[in-house]
Design a protein around this ligand. Structure first.
Ligand code: CTP
Ligand code: MG
Length: 186
């Protein structure tokens, strides 16, 4: 049954662990660069100081906690949304994977930024805003196909997350900047 408002809301809520991972990484980040300070053969940093293990691990962990809260809220409220899984463990595996792939996709974006000569923190518009969500969707499609089909398979969910991601990413970064958690508003 097609229910467009519900499909949009469902995609927005259930993709939250992937959306939240980056802002949460800003909170825990800043320690231990993921590239260990190493440079690529082109002489530039592999990823740069903006991608750290403390951000990656802390952001993934906090995103998975958020995902579990959504899972439990869905369960307790008897909501019509698709569930992350048949039990707490499988839900945890999915939401943790979403957090990890979101930050891995974000790091891939930084890798590309460094290769085209953009410094850490430079504004790269769609390159800052899209790799994390596209990589998350690819991982979910590959490893959690029933969930992917249920949430994004009718295209409404897929289009929703891809369209809302850039403006939402921008808005959250402006908030982070105003709260002095980020040095730049992008
Ligand atoms: N952060 C982190 N580890 C991550 C992701 C983010 O520590 N894996 C923290 C860093 O302090 C980073 C901030 O969150 O500066 C904002 O993240 P982001 O905008 O993605 O990084 P940038 O500093 O803009 O670096 P880049 O140009 O590589 O995207
Ligand atoms: Mg940035």
């Amino acid at each position: 049954m097609v229910n467009i408002p519900l499909d949009i809301l469902q995609a927005f809520i259930l993709t939250m662990p992937a959306f939240a991972a980056n802002p949460l990484a800003v909170v825990t980040g800043g320690h231990a660069p993921m590239d260990f300070g190493k440079t690529f053969p082109d002489g530039r940093r592999i990823l740069g100081d903006g991608k750290t293990w403390s951000g990656f691990i802390g952001g993934s962990a906090l995103a998975s906690i958020l995902g579990l809260l959504i899972y439990l809220a869905n369960l307790l409220l008897g909501s019509p949304l698709v569930s992350y899984g048949p039990n707490l463990l499988s839900a945890f595996v999915l939401v943790l994977s979403m957090g990890i792939s979101s930050l891995a996709g974000d790091a891939i974006g930084s890798f590309v930024k460094r290769r085209i000569g953009l410094e850490r923190g430079a504004n790269a518009s769609l390159l800052d805003q899209l790799p994390f969500i596209l990589f998350t969707l690819a991982i979910v499609a590959l490893f959690f196909m029933p969930f992917f089909n249920a949430v994004y398979g009718n295209l409404i969910g897929l289009v929703t997350v891809v369209i809302i991601t850039p403006p939402m990413h921008r808005a959250v970064n402006i908030i982070g900047y105003k709260m002095k958690r980020k040095d730049v508003p992008w």
